[in-house]
Design a protein around this ligand. Structure first.
Ligand SMILES: Nc1nc2c(ncn2[C@@H]2O[C@H](COP(=O)(O)OP(=O)(O)OP(=O)(O)O)[C@@H](O)[C@H]2O)c(=O)[nH]1
Ligand SMILES: [Mg+2]
Length: 263
C-alpha cells in the first residue's frame, strides 16, 4: 500500500536529515514529501542532496516564502492524492513526533480507522519536556474545542495524523479556512462531520531539541476565533455540505442535448 509522510518545513536544517533518515530506517515502505517554504537556512538544499540516496522515495516541493503550515499540508494532500497514495501522514520535522509511531498510526487505519490521530491526551499519551505554559495552552485548546464544537477528539490540535485516502478525497480542501492549530482542528472537524471514524492512538510528544519554534500569538488567536467560526458555520451555514467535495458525474453527455426527444 502506498504511504507518504508529509513534512512541512521552515528553517529545520538541524533536524531534516536525521528525521528523513529515521523514517527510511523503519523500512516500512514510507515515502517522504517535504514541503519547504524557501527556508532561509537552506533546509531544501539538504533534502535535495539526500534525494540521490532515496530515488523515487524522497520528494521535495518548494514554495515561495513562508505561507503557513496549513497551506503546506493542503498542497501536500493534493500532491499525494494525485500521485495515488492510499495512506497520507502529517508529521513535524522537529522530532516532537517519534518516527517509530508512524507504524502505530498506520496499523490503526488498517484496522478500520479512517483518521488515526497521535494523541497526547488519551491513556498512555503525554508531553515530555514541554514548558508548562505550552502544556496549559495545548490542554486548554483541547477542552475549549470539545466544549464549543463538540468534536469527540481529546487532542484536536495534534499534528501527527494518518488519513486514509478516502477522507482527503471526500473533503473539499479549498474550503479549509485555517493555517495554524486551527487547521489541525478543522481537518478533524471536517472528517468527523462527513462521518469518518477517528481513532486516537497514544503518543509521547517531545519538545524540540534543535531549531526554533514557529509558534506565535497569531496562531493562538486564529485557534480561538477559528473554533467559534466553525461553530457558526456548522449552525448556520451547513458546514458539512460546504466541506464535502462534489465529484463530477461519472458520465456526462458532453455536446449532447439530454433533454432532446429521441423518438
Ligand atoms: N512549509 C512550512 N512549514 C512550516 C511553517 N510553519 C511551521 N512549519 C513546520 O511545521 C512543523 C511544526 O512547526 P513547529 O515550529 O514545530 O510548531 P509547533 O510544533 O507548533 O511548535 P513547537 O512546539 O514550538 O515546536 C515543523 O516541521 C515546521 O518546520 C510554514 O509556514 N511553512
Ligand atoms: Mg514543533
Amino acid at each position: 500500500m502506498k504511504k507518504v509522510v508529509i513534512i512541512p518545513t521552515y528553517n529545520e536544517k538541524e533536524n531534516i536529515s536525521t528525521i528523513i533518515t529515521a523514517i527510511f530506517l523503519l523500512r516500512q515502505g514510507f515515502h517522504v514529501l517535504v514541503i519547504d517554504d524557501s527556508s532561509p537556512d537552506g533546509t531544501a538544499n539538504i533534502v535535495r542532496e539526500m534525494q540521490a540516496s532515496y530515488p523515487g522515495e524522497l520528494f521535495l516541493e518548494e514554495r515561495h516564502g513562508k505561507q503557513g503550515l496549513g497551506t503546506a499540508y493542503i498542497y501536500g494532500f493534493n500532491w499525494a492524492l494525485e500521485k495515488g497514495y492510499e495512506y497520507i501522514f502529517e508529521m513535524d520535522a522537529d522530532f516532537s513526533h517519534n518516527p517509530a509511531d508512524l507504524e502505530r498510526l498506520y496499523d490503526a487505519c488498517r484496522r478500520g480507522a479512517d483518521v488515526a490521530v497521535g494523541s497526547r491526551y488519551v491513556k498512555g499519551g503525554g508531553n515530555v519536556n514541554w514548558p508548562k505554559d505550552r502544556v496549559i495552552l495545548s490542554k486548554g485548546a483541547s477542552y475549549y474545542t470539545q466544549l464549543i464544537i463538540g468534536l469527540p477528539v481529546k487532542d484536536p490540535t495534534a499534528g501527527f495524523v494518518c488519513y486514509r485516502r478516502a477522507v482527503l478525497d471526500a473533503i473539499n480542501l479549498d474550503e479549509i479556512n485555517f493555517v495554524g492549530y486551527a487547521f489541525q482542528i478543522e481537518m478533524k472537524f471536517a472528517a468527523w462531520k462527513l462521518g469518518f471514524r477517528i481513532k486516537e492512538v497514544p503518543i509521547i510528544f517531545r519538545d524540540r531539541s534543535y531549531g526554533t519554534s514557529k509558534m506565535n500569538k497569531g496562531i493562538v488567536k486564529e485557534g480561538i476565533i477559528g473554533v467559534l467560526y466553525l461553530r457558526w458555520l456548522s449552525w448556520f451555514k451547513d458546514y458539512h455540505k460546504r466541506v464535502k467535495k462534489v465529484s463530477p458525474p461519472a458520465y456526462s453527455p458532453v455536446g449532447k442535448n439530454v433533454f432532446a426527444k429521441t423518438d
